[in-house]
Design a protein around this ligand. Sequence first.
Ligand SMILES: NC(=O)c1ccc[n+]([C@@H]2O[C@H](COP(=O)([O-])OP(=O)(O)OC[C@H]3O[C@@H](n4cnc5c(N)ncnc54)[C@H](O)[C@@H]3O)[C@@H](O)[C@H]2O)c1
Ligand SMILES: [Zn+2]
Length: 409
Amino acid sequence: MTAQRQIIVRPRRIPAAFSVAFAYPVHFTRGVFAPDNPLLADILSASDDPPPRRAAVFCDSGLAAAQPGLLPGIARYFRAHANRLILAGRPVCVPGGEIGKAGNRLWQRIARQLLAWRLCRHSYVVIVGGGAVLDTVGFAASLVHRGLRVVRVPTTALAQCDSGVGVKTAVNFGPGKNLIGTFAPPFAVLNDLDLLDSLPAAEWTAGIAEAFKVAIIKDAAGFRFLCRHAAELRAGHRPILEEMVVRSARLHLAHIQQSGDPFEFGRARPLDFGHWSAHKLETLSRHRIGHGQAVGAGIALDSIYARLIGWLTERELAAILSSLRAAGVRLWYDELGRRDRRGRLLILDGLRDFQEHLGGELCVTLPQRIGRKQEIHAMDPELIARARRQLQQFAGGRAARTSSPAGPC
Ligand SMILES: NC(=O)c1ccc[n+]([C@@H]2O[C@H](COP(=O)([O-])OP(=O)(O)OC[C@H]3O[C@@H](n4cnc5c(N)ncnc54)[C@H](O)[C@@H]3O)[C@@H](O)[C@H]2O)c1
Ligand SMILES: [Zn+2]
């Protein structure tokens, strides 16, 4: 027998580096499912695949209840464009709001349905609904065959101006919010302003809070616009609300494109200003407080904190708080004052959760003058407690007033 030569594999490094370009259009339209509006059909037909293109449609149950003509209208749209489009099955209603994001049941049911319809990576999933439905169905669609083509049709102000135009999906799992999810840029986003006709006032307010959030840290002129029109926002003045949605979506998209970190590999999450406490408020209230509502209180709390460390002037803080209130955003929830047995504020756990979610060092974005931001890597619990007391005083002492904002607006 010949002696085998011994092969020794030396340690070595084989580099692997590549980049993938993502691009998706965000359209503002009206009557997206009106048969004579070709936008959706054009978008689904844009690829080289032979027609007709297959699409599954999922619709938010709250929206379907508020607009009973919508589901038949969607089916009519597909019939009108039968030469180019085909429905994989009857549009499916999924529970709207946070309840559908809880645990594994709904997203798994959706994934099973997508597989039962034999959708492939060249098929489309059209999701019509609020941020929670976009998150849940989008999550399932991002996993099936490692990712189907998703066309989002956001139907709340918050989803049109913020969550629906971004690149993330998530469901709530275990103890916290959005603990399981994916980065999954959509194929396209179609913001139909007419779909907001049935939106309840509270959901408009959620969008207003997110619009203030992004303006305070990125757009001084946008902030002045919101201050100037706070009373109209509260009164439901439609042209102003729509202008707010478009401006805010544009800021959000500019951030995704220009930040250099759309998939959040780094620590900074500027669009999550006010969110460390907002996410905690949502879970402490068992989601009685919605995401946008919690964000309103969260940005108010962090703005006071920014004032306490000298990053905002008294005048700027007054403008933020009074404009938020004038726009109808609620700034105080009793959950902000809840304590554990040892007397520690429960809201403070939100900082730990936030840090765990991001990994590494804590990184919280605060405004540094209006329209600018800065990251901070530690927050003083004493100062948070002071900010909390000041917020309670402001909101409680004068909560009933709806006067026009003071300050530089
Ligand atoms: N993926 C992300 O990047 C991201 C970012 C921000 C927020 N979010 C998530 O978005 C969710 C909040 O979304 P949201 O504010 O859109 O609320 P939502 O999805 O919870 O919807 C609120 C309510 O409005 C109903 N509804 C939706 N459209 C309607 C319409 N046009 N008319 C009448 N009722 C309608 C829904 O059925 C629901 O009852 C949270 O779960 C939050 O975590 C995700
Ligand atoms: Zn948010």
